[in-house]
Design a protein around this ligand. Structure first.
Ligand code: PEP
Ligand code: MN
Length: 341
């Protein structure tokens, strides 16, 4: 349920409504508006009839149900788009469309620093690189772990780029949060609810990737776990879904961009690398993602894709990334936006 306060309601009236919500066993989530305040009541939906009586309190205009199963992510509670700040000056959800680029995996200090310098020069806003890798095969390269995080920190030191890296396990959130500016939750962990809950106190923004067979609603419900656990800084990511098509690794579902934008205030990022699996298709789908309304792009760049430990086939060479960057501005401009640093 949400409680809409009257335009001129006093602070004392607001406080007593919040107190009453808590007395009824609900958590009150205050959304301060320019004209009026709205309070979300978070808790068991079955008792919501009891909340209807709040309408009799001073300062309350009306009490109404939030129809979607995700309350904090829904547009009903917050109509303005959320802006999520990553590092010092990279913002998702504003007019600019930040570009996150870097290798699938951190493989050595030289590889990640070299890539960071190249993508920064081409206009990237942030550096990606996995230190903990979710691999389908247990025999595949599993990532460098903490050593990889240290190399990412070195690359940030060298370039000033904020870093985006994945955490796979709830017990590792603290460690990854020490290094990351944006913590990635991979597709395979979108419904790892223990992990999602642990992100509430991570103190860093989260990039939540869509599971490969997850619906828009399931993605939003997963984002709600993080928001309800106390972390308001969530960015959603479309990274391709499993379909019957075999010409590409996944099918980049750009439909979900307007779907999400119509349902949530959270920024939406598109990942054309995992969405296609083929480096040659990454450029066109980056452009299509921007045209569809993406608030950011994340893609894979490797100094030598043929030698990459993971996802070489979908990784751009730095030169190709640089060329692509030079082609994106007119598309962003047509959307009333800017792109890259
Ligand atoms: C990745 O970003 O390298 C990755 C493993 O992505 P996803 O979880 O979308 O497969
Ligand atoms: Mn990858």
């Amino acid at each position: 349920m949400i409680v809409v306060m009257k335009a001129g309601a006093s602070k004392a009236e607001l406080d007593s409504v919040i107190k009453e919500i808590e007395n009824k066993g609900y958590r009150a989530h205050l959304m301060e508006g320019v004209e009026r305040n709205v309070i979300g009541c978070l808790g068991d939906e079955r008792g919501k009839a009891a909340l209807q009586t709040l309408e009799t309190l001073d300062g309350v205009e009306k009490v109404m149900p939030i129809l979607s199963p995700y309350k904090l992510a829904a547009k009903q509670l917050q109509t303005e788009p959320s802006q999520v700040k990553v590092g010092e000056n990279c913002v998702f959800g504003g007019k600019n469309i930040p570009m996150i680029a870097g290798p699938c995996s951190v493989e050595s200090e030289k590889q990640i620093v070299e890539t960071a310098i190249a993508v920064k020069k081409a206009g990237a806003n942030a550096l990606r690189g996995g230190a903990f890798k979710p691999r389908s095969s247990t025999y595949s390269f599993q990532g460098m772990g903490e050593e990889g995080l240290k190399y990412l920190a070195k690359a940030r030191e060298e370039t000033g780029l904020p870093i985006v890296t994945e955490v796979m396990d709830q017990h590792m959130v603290g460690l990854v949060a020490e290094y990351a500016d944006l913590i990635q939750i991979g597709a395979r962990n979108m419904q790892n609810f223990a992990l999602l809950k642990a992100l509430g106190t991570a103190g860093k923004p989260i990039l939540l990737k869509r599971g490969m067979s997850a619906t828009a609603e399931e993605l939003l419900m997963s984002s709600e776990y993080i928001l309800a656990a106390g972390n308001p800084d969530v960015i959603l990511c479309e990274r391709g879904i499993r379909t019957f098509e075999t010409a590409t690794r996944n099918t980049l579902d750009l439909n979900i961009v307007p779907v999400l934008k119509s349902r949530t205030h959270l920024p939406v990022v598109v990942d054309p690398s995992h969405g296609t699996g083929v480096w040659n298709y990454v450029g066109p789908m980056t452009k299509a993602g921007i045209a569809a309304g993406a608030d950011g792009i994340i893609l894979e760049v490797h100094p030598n894709p043929a030698e990459a430990e993971s996802d070489g086939a979908q990784s751009l060479k730095p030169k190709v990334f640089e060329e692509l960057m030079s082609e994106l501005a007119p598309i962003a401009q047509a959307m009333g936006r800017t792109v890259g640093a």
